[in-house]
Design a protein around this ligand. Sequence first.
Ligand code: GDP
Length: 297
Amino acid sequence: MIVLSGGTGTPKLLMGLKEIADFSVVVNTAEDIWISGNKICPDIDSVIYALAGIIDEEKWWGIRGDTFRTSEMLKNLGFEELMKVGDLDRATHILRSELLRNGLSLVQATKAVARAYGVSHEVFPMCNEDVATTIVTPRGEMHFQEFWVKEKGLPEVLDIYFRGIERARIPEEVRKLLKDDDEILIGPSNPITSILPILSVEDFRNRIRGKKVIAVSPIIGDSPVSGPAGKFMKAKGYEVSPLGVLRVYGDLISALVVDERDSGLVSEKIFATKTIMRDKDDAIRLSEYILKLFDRL
Ligand code: GDP
C-alpha cells in the first residue's frame, strides 16, 4: 500500500496503520521552507515522528516534550524566526540540511533521517525539486507558512498555486512503487495544499488511475477537523463538505471514507465510519476498516 500524506490527519492515521499493515508513504513537500539556514519539511517530519512514536500528540507537529530555548534566545537577540522551531526538532533539520549540502537528494536525505529515527517504513518526498505552495491574497502573494504561521491564516484567499510544480519530477523510487503497488490510500490531510501538490507532480494522477484508491475525508460536516482546508477549498470553488472532497479527487478515487456523522451521504462510492482519531486505538480501528474496504474493492 502507498499512503499519500500531508501533516496532522494522515500521521494520526499512520500511528494506527503501522501496527497492522505494511506501507510506504509519499509526502507533500510544497510547504517546505528554509529557516535559519536549515530546510524544514513539516509534513515529512510529522510522518517520521509519528512512525517513530515521538510526535507531540497535542500539536501534531514537533517532538513530544521539546523545548524552544534556541528560538527564544534568538528572539531575545532580536531575530524572530518565521516558525517556532523546537530544540530537538532543529536537530532533524540540521541533519537533513547537512546531507543536502553534502550533495544528497531530498529522497536520500529523507531516507537517512528516517533510518536515524529507527523508522522501518519507507518515507519519500513527492519530488526532489523545490515546490512552494503560494497563497494569493488581496495584499499580494505569500508562502504557505507566511500565510498560516505569520498571518495566522487570516487574509482572504483569492487563489492558491504551487510554484515550481512544472519542474518537479516523480522520484525514481516512487515511480517504481507506483508500478508495483495497486493500493493507494489518500489520508485525511488537506486536499488542496497537501494532496493536490502530490497529484500534480508530472503525471502522478495518471499513474494511480485504475488502481484501488481510497481517500479518507478530512472534512466532517461542513468543516475540517483542524487547519485551513475549508478556506482553501472555498477559494478553489469547492463546497466545504465530504462531497467537496469527493469532487477534488473526482474519478481518481474508488472510495471515500467519511465520518459516521455524515452517514447520510453513504452511496456506492461513499462509506461511513468513525474517522475522528483521539488516540492510537481510534487510528487502529479506522485502519482496520480501511484494510477491509481495500479487500472489498
Ligand atoms: P493543514 O493542517 O490543513 O495544513 O493540512 P494537513 O495536511 O496537515 O492536514 C490537516 C487535515 O487533517 C485537516 O484538514 C483536518 O481536518 C484533518 N484531520 C486532523 N485530524 C483528523 C482526524 O482525527 N480525523 C479526520 N478525518 N481528519 C483529521
